[in-house]
Design a protein around this ligand. Structure first.
Ligand SMILES: [Zn+2]
Length: 390
């Protein structure tokens, strides 16, 4: 008989430590007494863990302003210099590498053109890490974790890139292991939209309200997605993928998709599809698409019509997603959010009749910023996450 996993005293302390560190992050400056009230953990136990965090340099304690005759309270906050991580975002055109502190603030960043070969990428990456090190006052050894955002499907357990349409040579490459052995720093490789989703959640953390939402990134030729269900990122049974809403088949005899099937939703809502509605002759390009958004904002009827047709297709897919998941919010990212006022009304009208009455809103940052900041947050998440039993 297999005995069930149970919490040892050490596990309980680890869990409480992560909870307290997270509360210091979201409520700083905060006193030990406030932490005890917020958590229900005995003050002596709070103090024991806080001492440990102060000694490790993750938290600092400062005297507050004297109020009346009582004792001057001491307040805790994160020590930004207590921890360094690197967040990396691989895009088809460019890779951005950033060094960040314990609060997730970017200290230095650098970029290079993404090569077609992953082996060459690792060489460029090491050079960029060196550049970050020389421009930073802290040593390379002080980087505690590296998280790499990947525009493709990743096996979370093995770190292997399973499928990357934008950079086919990277498919099958064990990026995490290669980076770890090249740098000696623990690394993770995560799907870009999963990182963007956790980044949105992190930014919302202080209110602690966003526990069920869907993130959709409408890109040049596809749709990326992530979903938080009951406060947890959903990654599927083998941690490889989930929420590939872009590949919901909406027209079984539709155009061929690169996933091998026909009529996937992303073929109707991606930026290239919007462009083709506007101009079926000239090829899609990012520059042309940006001009199209400007035309739509100026009220150009043909441009507005192209975006509204895309909004109709978006509404259809979003309605299906809402009926399956009943999220509180659907967050939309991508260049088409620049014409939010053009697409918002048709989508809102379509989902207004659905049960659950979900909100729809644009992301707080551009997709590129979310991927990079999501990687930084993920690299820090080990400190704030509660350990699993077992
Ligand atoms: Zn597909």
């Amino acid at each position: 008989m297999v005995s069930p996993n149970t919490a040892t005293p050490a596990t309980v302390r680890q869990v409480n430590r992560a909870i307290l560190l997270n509360l210091i992050r979201t409520h700083q400056p905060v006193s030990r007494i406030q932490l005890s009230v917020l958590t229900g953990i005995y003050r002596s136990n709070v103090s024991f863990i806080v001492e440990e965090l102060v000694q490790e340099g993750l938290v600092r304690e400062e005297r507050g302003k004297p109020q009346g005759r009582g004792r001057v309270p001491m307040f805790l906050s994160l020590d930004p210099d207590g921890f360094r991580v690197a967040g990396i975002s691989i895009r088809a055109g460019e890779t951005v590498a950033a060094l960040a502190d314990l609060t997730g603030r970017i200290l230095e960043s650098t970029a290079f053109r993404t090569p077609k070969s992953p082996e060459v990428w690792v060489e460029h990456f090491q050079a960029s890490l060196e550049r970050l090190r020389s421009s930073s006052s802290r040593k390379l050894g002080d980087i505690h974790h590296i998280c790499i955002s990947v525009p493709g499907m990743v096996n979370q357990a093995s770190g292997e890139i399973l499928w990357m349409n934008a950079l086919p040579n990277y498919s099958g490459f064990k990026l995490r292991d290669v980076v770890e052995s090249a740098t000696g720093i623990p690394a993770t490789t995560v799907n870009d939209c999963h990182l963007a989703t956790t980044c949105e959640r992190w930014m919302d953390d202080a209110s602690g309200e966003l526990r069920n939402f869907v993130f959709l990134e409408v890109g040049d030729v596809g749709v990326g997605a992530g979903m938080i269900v009951n406060g947890e990122l959903c990654t599927g049974h083998n941690s490889t993928f989930a929420g590939e809403f872009g590949h919901m088949v909406v027209e079984s005899s539709g155009p061929k998709c690169n996933c091998g099937r026909r009529g996937c939703w992303e073929l109707f809502v991606c930026d290239r599809a919007t462009w083709r509605r506007y101009d079926p002759v000239r090829e899609f390009s990012v520059v042309r698409f940006k001009d199209l958004t400007k035309l739509a904002l100026k009220g150009d009827r043909k441009a507005v019509k192209a975006f509204q047709e895309t909004a109709a297709h978006l509404s259809l897919g979003i309605s299906n997603i809402v009926m399956v998941l009943n999220p509180e919010v659907v967050i939309l990212a991508g260049r088409l959010t620049e014409v939010w006022d053009v697409i918002r009304v048709p989508i809102e009208r379509a989902i207004a009749t659905l049960p659950g009455k979900p909100q729809i809103r644009p992301a707080r940052m551009s997709a590129e910023e979310l991927f990079l900041n999501g990687a930084i947050r993920h690299a820090l998440s080990g400190l704030f996450a509660q350990p699993q039993l077992g």
